[in-house]
Design a protein around this ligand. Structure first.
Ligand code: GLN
Length: 509
């Protein structure tokens, strides 16, 4: 078997090549997760005549909340199983197969299969998600913190590249062609991604192969004093708990913000604005795809001889993505109908991440080096600001209105602020866990991190489902105002805790 150092001898763009295999594997998993998620609420609330289930909004948002709760809650089990029984890599492979089966079930378009599909997605994602993040951190030496931060930012771009294509393609195909095809497409790319990972495993050497066996001197391999370990676990706990408030508001994206896009935003375009949208949309889709294809070609050039099968799956998936994009854009240019799909706005978040992540990474490295808690607080405030923009934009909508037609600019700006907030919290948080957690608990600590996302998603669904009651009693603007103030308050609390947190982190910055 290869040793760790054998495995990382060919750096790609300054990082171990394993990082890029992880990047693309995570990309296809997130493609399936977000692709399906962008359709879930819309499918449920669409009338049966149009192929949906005709549910009312509150029920749909509650199912959305429960699904996104369970899909993340199982991370703790997935992390534990990887730490104790399977090893991270096997967990990832099994997880990807289960996820693919889940999507296949959704595509059957029968209620029993639909629920079975959701259950499989829950189980598969629990095995997959925390353990991918574990492997990323293990690629770096324990003193290689700057590189590791950069690696998590890159990895996070992979997360969002997947979310981006998933929402763009599954969202489009689901809404405009058939719900089943949309759900099915999500699963198809997961199959390709799973095989691509499976056949590239040699690149990881011993990392993640069996029960967290890592050479001394690499991330997490150090054993600190018991009290240091305990304090750092407390710090992970505090960071994680604060993320509940972030994700609870942020994850309105797939729920109440999607409803807002669908029923309260003017999405119809005519004349020259329609043409401008088509051009912007084309650039929005084509430019990131070109960048990713370039990354893929650099990776392939260096690894194709050693991992031909993995490369075959990877390259095939990109050929398919290009084919689908060209078909979709061609179809859009040839129709006069120009209503922006409600799910389209979701891709802005991922697009902004892909564009802004390198800038944020460079700010942290070169210009402003705040502590973790301050970064988190900044993220919360930016998120609040985004909802402030929505509250402002919806001020004119009367209480109880079920539809309206406000400018889409508010939604675009909100997503921009939300994304900037996310960049201060999410990749930063992953990196902190990999630095703070002891070796033997790494998978489980990522599980803890994602459990908070689970709770937050449930709360997001629950609070989102109050959109109608809230706007009938007060107004839609007040609904968004709640999500403006809450993150600000929590951010202030975190700033107050900064010193105490630094003590608990014992020198990890
Ligand atoms: N968008 C990120 C992902 O899907 C963040 C998930 C989370 O922790 N809430 O990986």
């Amino acid at each position: 078997m290869k040793t760790y150092s054998d495995a990382v001898q060919t750096p790609v763009m300054g990082h171990p090549e394993g990082l890029f295999f992880l990047f693309f594997t995570e990309m296809w998993e997130r493609f399936s997760y977000y692709g399906m998620r962008s359709l879930l609420v819309l499918f449920l609330v669409t009338t049966t005549a149009k192929g949906g289930w005709g549910w009312d909004r509150a029920d749909a948002l509650n199912l959305y909340g429960s699904y996104t709760f369970w899909v993340y809650v199982t991370s703790i089990v997935g992390g534990y199983l990887a730490d104790r029984v399977l090893g991270a890599r096997r967990a990832v492979v099994i997880g990807s197969l289960i996820i693919s089966a889940g999507h296949l079930c959704l595509a059957m378009d029968k209620p029993a299969f639909f629920y079975a599909g959701l259950a499989l997605l829950v189980a598969g994602t629990g095995l997959f998600k925390p353990n991918m993040s574990t492997i990323v951190g293990q690629l770096y030496g324990k003193n290689d913190n700057v590189k590791r931060d950069a690696a998590y930012t890159l990895f996070y771009m992979g997360v969002n590249a997947g979310a981006f294509f998933g929402m763009a393609l599954c969202g489009y195909i689901g809404e405009k062609i058939s719900w089943s095809y949309g759900f099915g497409l999500a699963g198809f790319f997961m199959i390709l991604g799973g095989f691509q990972f499976y056949f590239a495993q040699g690149v990881f050497g011993r990392i993640g192969a069996v029960l967290n066996i890592r050479p001394a001197g690499f991330a997490g391999a150090q054993e600190d004093h018991a009290h240091v370990v305990r304090d750092r676990l407390i710090a992970i706990g505090v960071f994680s708990v604060f993320t509940i408030f972030f994700w609870m508001a942020f994850e309105q994206a797939g729920g109440s913000m999607t409803i807002f896009a669908k029923d309260y935003t003017d999405r119809s375009l005519a004349g020259s604005s329609a043409l401008i949208f088509k051009i912007v949309n084309t650039l929005l889709l084509v430019v990131p795809t070109m960048v990713l294809t370039l990354v893929l070609s650099v990776l392939s050039r260096s690894t194709i001889k050693r991992y031909p099968l993995s490369n075959l799956f990877l390259v095939s998936s990109f050929v398919l993505i290009w084919g689908l994009l060209i078909w979709m854009l061609g179809r859009e240019f040839s129709t006069d109908e120009t209503e922006i799909p409600a799910s389209w706005f979701g891709i802005l978040n991922s697009f902004f991440i892909i564009i802004l992540a390198p800038a944020f990474s460079s700010v942290w490295q070169n210009y402003w080096k705040p502590s973790g808690p301050i970064k988190f607080a900044t993220g919360l405030m930016l998120l609040g600001l985004g909802f402030g923009v929505l509250a402002f934009g919806t001020m004119g909508i009367p209480s109880g209105a079920k539809t309206a037609s406000v400018s889409m600019v508010w939604l675009v700006l909100a997503y921009l602020f939300h994304t900037m907030g996310e960049l201060c919290i999410s990749p930063v948080g992953l990196s902190y866990i990999s630095k703070l957690a002891p070796d033997r608990l790494l998978g489980m600590m990522f599980g803890v991190w994602f459990i908070m996302t689970a709770i937050a998603n449930k709360l997001a669904g629950m609070s989102g489902s109050m959109i109608d009651t809230f706007s009938a009693t007060y107004s839609l603007s007040t609904f968004f105002l709640v999500f403006t103030f809450l993150p600000f308050l929590v951010a202030l609390l975190l700033i107050a805790l900064n010193k105490w947190m630094l003590g608990k982190m014992h020198g990890v910055f």
